[in-house]
Design a protein around this ligand. Structure first.
Ligand code: 16C
Length: 255
């Protein structure tokens, strides 16, 4: 060191836009949000309703790659009392994941790209007789401006997308790596009280769209996979949204 030079500790996180994954994150987020915004009847693809409970509807399309089911899923739900920012906050935050993700065995944050962009490695519970699965993905949370109502609440999204990490190659240990693309898109609706009274949780609701495509990575019978999807997706969306309602009920509203 030259005299007078003080060693500079690099920042804990670098700006996400300088990261090697950034151009991929930008393009996948744009594409996934556009796809999530496309209505069920809109693009001529035949969605089949496979689960319904109150306001929740889940649709899938049967698709196979090399005999393996990779059915795209699209779910819509409306939940009173919570905002889109809150839903995305609890879906994204690693500190909450064990609370609501019932198929999770272990979660590690491999990299903090920025406060809204993380790389996760997760192992999930084994379904007998198939091999156990793991998944390595970046996760990005973002606020999207409300284009239809500039004074209305913003939209929020979390996009998860499989990626690689040199220290964690796929299929070396006991786990088979699965590959996923997931988009959670949330829109807050506000129904202001007529008498000018302060806004409470009774005046808000959140429209949630959840889209996913999961490739199981190694062979598993389509019938087993479809049975797992049918059971696990409704369980996830009901449990996760109930968790957000419960976590936020006595907290100030986070728009
Ligand atoms: O989006 C969700 N969660 C996010 C945060 O964790 C993230 C991760 C998703 C991983 C989804 C893969 C889960 C594989 C689990 C294996 C099944 C275990 C069942 C154990 C039952 C005792 O985006 C919410 C995800 C909701 C999960 C729905 C389940 C999807 C099934 C996929 C099946 C894959 C292969 C199974 C091999 C036989």
């Amino acid at each position: 060191l030259k005299s007078g030079h003080v060693p500079v500790t690099p920042p804990a996180t670098s700006p996400a836009c300088q990261h090697r994954l950034w151009s991929e994150i930008e393009s996948v987020v744009k594409q996934q949000v556009a796809w999530a915004r496309t209505g069920i009847g809109e693009c001529g693809v035949g969605w089949q309703l496979f689960a319904e409970d109150g306001e929740m509807r889940m649709y899938r399309r049967e698709e196979e790659v090399d005999g393996m089911a990779v059915d795209p899923l699209k779910a819509v739900h409306t939940v009173p009392g919570i905002t889109g920012h809150e839903v995305c906050h609890y879906f994204f935050g690693p500190q909450y994941r064990y609370d609501w993700e019932t198929t999770l065995e272990q979660m590690t944050v491999l990299e903090t790209i920025s406060e809204d962009t993380l790389v996760f490695l997760q192992t999930h519970k084994r379904i007998w007789p198939a091999s156990q699965r793991d998944v390595l993905f970046w996760s990005h949370m973002r606020k999207l401006p409300n284009e239809s109502d500039r004074d209305g609440p913003d939209l929020w999204t979390v996009v998860n997308n499989s990626t690689h990490h040199p220290d964690y190659p796929p299929n070396v240990g006991k786990c088979v790596r699965i590959y996923l693309k997931v988009c959670l898109l949330c829109q807050t609706r506000v129904d202001p009280p007529k008498d000018g009274a302060p806004l409470t949780r009774d005046n808000i609701s959140c429209k949630i769209t959840y889209c996913s495509v999961v490739n199981p990575g190694g062979w598993a019978p389509a019938s087993v996979l479809r049975a797992v999807y049918k059971r696990e997706y409704p369980k996830f969306l009901k449990r996760f949204t109930a968790y957000v309602v419960n976590q936020t009920k006595n907290k100030p509203i986070m728009f």
